[in-house]
Design a protein around this ligand. Sequence first.
Ligand SMILES: Nc1ncnc2c1ncn2[C@@H]1O[C@H](COP(=O)(O)OP(=O)(O)O)[C@@H](O)[C@H]1O
Ligand SMILES: [Mg+2]
Length: 332
Amino acid sequence: MGQSKNVLLICGGGGTEHEISLISAKYITSKLSLIPEVKIIYLCIEKNGRRTNEINQECELRKAGEVFNRETQETISLDYAIPCIHGPPGENGQIQAVFELMGLPYLGAGPEASINCFNKVSTKLWLDKLGIKNTEYVFVRDSTDSSVEKIFNFFEKNKKDIFLKATHQGSSVGCYHITEENQIKEKLHKALELSPIVLAEKTNIGRELEVAAFEYQNELIITPPGEIDCPESFYSYKEKYNSDSKTETRAIAKNIDNQTIAKISEMASNAFIGLGLKDLARIDFFLLEDNTPLINEINTFPGHTPISMFPLMMENSGVKYEEYLRNRIFNS
Ligand SMILES: Nc1ncnc2c1ncn2[C@@H]1O[C@H](COP(=O)(O)OP(=O)(O)O)[C@@H](O)[C@H]1O
Ligand SMILES: [Mg+2]
């Protein structure tokens, strides 16, 4: 094994998924701790913008690829970074651009692939051109009469049952199920407060499946699909993270024929390669009642909480998370 490495674990970010990021960081810390050659350099971007280490000392990330501790005046030079942040500035390519400028190798997709996956409309435009099926949609950038009309017409065309989504959000923030005409304007305004583009999608009836896609030992591995079984038919923020959630998750979805599994795997692999992803992604699908899989979204830094599917699916496929991290860190 190679010599020891200083690995920056950066978390928080101050966005809507700040708390989830801290829980994910705990999981990743526990796995990094199993690698003796790794020294964890923890840095949290607090909600107030301060950067603090695990004992709350104020630190600075410096452009030479170093962490400077303002209290002890100590400088630690970094060898690798793990941006454990869901949503901005971790999943939208910002922090990756900073690492690129620093020349610091890091886990996960680069800035361009990150933003393309974070913006739900960009993802769909890419998927369309790559010939990968996704849900029918329209999108708008404002709430002018013509934009409202565009969504209204789409609503009428799709049996008065659609989803409106803020494009640059995750964890179901700014995502609304619309079944009444009078909800359209209000929810459009709300979604526009959260992101510059709003996506309208036809409501899919079927199952919600996810695969873990990850690179390991020079191979792209796509796990068999896991399933999110949500009785509310909408996997909301509350359902995702509350302890009294009624949603069941299964690391291996039941009763899916091999042909469909192969199709899902092919779509995930084409999306991973076609969108230029790196290291890891959780790719989410709808499986329609007629067995057609559609890609819903691509998460470039999926949740790593105790109930999150990504690490579970990876470990189920026979790769221990710490071995995966070791492989990434020491082959970067
Ligand atoms: N077109 C759709 N049809 C049916 N359900 C949907 C649709 N779009 C979103 N949902 C529901 O809303 C949830 C959140 O939407 P999603 O696009 O995955 O956004 P997020 O990035 O917030 O997870 C999904 O897990 C699903 O339960
Ligand atoms: Mg989702």
